[in-house]
Design a protein around this ligand. Structure first.
Ligand code: SF4
Ligand code: SF4
Length: 127
């Protein structure tokens, strides 16, 4: 993680990538356990397609219509603020934890389209 990085919690990354996260095999196993055993249960309205997919995939589906959701169900907007939070902060995928960086520490190319912090760091500006 770049030490200059300070997430603005604008939610753009989750809104952009949230329906198609990258999950490792270990994360798929962990999420499947959490879904049946813990407070993930309150999201039982969501059928996790992690059963089907490891890797980049559309992973959230509506339980009744089976339509793909285009945003992550764990994203919440704070009331009356333009700030978002992740409801599964401790269990979120590594992909989310690293964002907007690649595993090698470079800024992801697609992040510069919508992540204000990625843009700021690339410009080399302070806040
Ligand atoms: S788009 Fe960038 S600044 Fe906004 S929430 Fe995501 S990581 Fe943070
Ligand atoms: S798991 Fe959390 S950080 Fe990842 S897309 Fe969903 S709300 Fe965003």
């Amino acid at each position: 993680m770049n030490e200059n990085f300070k997430c603005q919690r604008c939610g753009n990354c989750c809104l952009h990538h949230g329906g198609a996260l990258f999950l490792t095999e270990g994360e798929v196993r962990k999420w499947r356990k959490l879904v049946v055993s813990s407070n993930f249960g309150r999201f039982s309205a969501i059928r996790f397609a992690s059963v089907f997919a490891v890797g980049t995939a559309d992973i959230f589906f509506h339980p009744r219509t089976s339509e793909e959701l285009d945003r992550c169900p764990f994203l919440r907007k704070l009331p009356k603020k333009n700030i978002y939070k992740c409801l599964i902060q401790d269990s979120k995928p590594l992909f989310c934890k690293q964002y907007p960086f690649e595993p090698n520490g470079e800024i992801r190319k697609d992040a510069t389209d919508f992540c204000p912090e990625a843009k700021r760091i690339l410009r080399g500006t302070s806040k």
